[in-house]
Design a protein around this ligand. Structure first.
Ligand SMILES: Nc1ncnc2c1ncn2[C@@H]1O[C@H](COP(=O)(O)OP(=O)(O)OP(=O)(O)O)[C@@H](O)[C@H]1O
Length: 261
């Protein structure tokens, strides 16, 4: 079971403005959100409302123009080691083996890879269902398998926070569902805090403890925050629960209204 102890991620009255050629763009305003340790939170919202910006703020790739972003009680001012990031496309090095792709960030950052890190890369490839494929190159792998490598790579330094930006949206529906459940297995075994950005309502409610809905931009903020009613472990059957159907329908109508606004 999820053990909610202390805040892992905190946005306090966050504002994010960008300078663009067309002038100043107010992406986020008055964002308040707390994600607890080991919590799995999905973020839904209209296109362009600032979901990826939220993630980049947590990762320390951006600094807010006002307000505060904290990770484990410390203000985020630069990229941090205790965070793993998974993007929509894993951008693997085509000439490198899967193992070398997993350890690449270490090599890039520290100029070397320890035997322990290679050993861990093996374990992680096994964990994501790619046992014995360490020496393969990514070119011949399906999109789902490539994304598994991306997840293994994000887990290599054993981060306690995993930021996932539409990680499965490039996959076909079946693979997407399968990857979602595998992610839940990893999350349950390895106890991570997960911030998961998606456009899929079903994916959000099936995977997350909480679903946060952003308002329309400019100046998007957290508009709604729902606790997902289905018990864990979740299965394909979880969506059959009436409360889950109700939540999904409610989210659908909220997002349709926002899209139309
Ligand atoms: N570096 C930047 N410079 C200027 N504008 C930016 C920058 N990054 C994001 N924006 C703008 O901020 C707003 C929010 O962008 P963001 O990518 O966070 O939205 P999103 O909700 O993730 O979108 P989508 O759902 O389409 O992926 C958009 O209007 C975007 O054009």
């Amino acid at each position: 079971m999820t053990n909610l102890t202390s805040p892992a991620i905190r946005f306090c009255d966050v504002e994010m403005k960008f300078d663009t050629r067309a002038g100043e763009l107010l992406a986020l305003q008055h964002v308040d959100l707390t994600i607890m340790d080991y919590e799995f939170v999905a973020i839904l919202g209209p296109s362009g409302c600032g979901k990826s910006t939220l993630m980049r703020l947590v990762a320390g790739l951006l600094e807010p123009t006002a307000g505060l972003v904290e990770v484990h009680g410390t203000r985020v001012t630069e990229p941090r080691d205790n965070i793993g990031i998974v993007f929509q496309k894993p951008t693997l090095l085509p000439w490198a083996t899967l193992e070398d792709n997993v350890v690449f960030p270490m090599k890039h950052k520290y100029g070397r890879v320890t035997p322990e890190q290679r050993e861990r890369a093996h374990e992680l490839l096994e964990l994501v269902g790619l046992a014995n494929l360490e020496k393969r190159r990514p070119g011949r792998l399906s999109g789902g398998m490539q994304q598994r490598v991306g997840i293994a790579r994000a887990l290599l330094h054993n981060p306690d926070i995993l930021l996932m930006d539409e990680p499965f949206s490039a996959l076909d529906a079946l693979t997407r569902e399968e990857m979602g459940f595998e992610l839940l297995n990893i999350w349950q075994k390895h106890r991570k805090t997960v911030m998961f950005i998606t456009h899929s309502i079903v994916e959000a409610v099936l995977l997350a403890d909480r679903v946060v809905v952003m308002s329309n931009g400019p100046g998007a903020r957290v508009a709604e925050d729902f606790r997902v009613p289905a018990p864990r472990p979740r299965t394909g059957e979880s969506m059959r629960l009436n409360e889950m159907q109700d939540l999904a329908a409610h989210l659908r109508s909220l997002l349709m209204t926002r899209k139309a606004a």
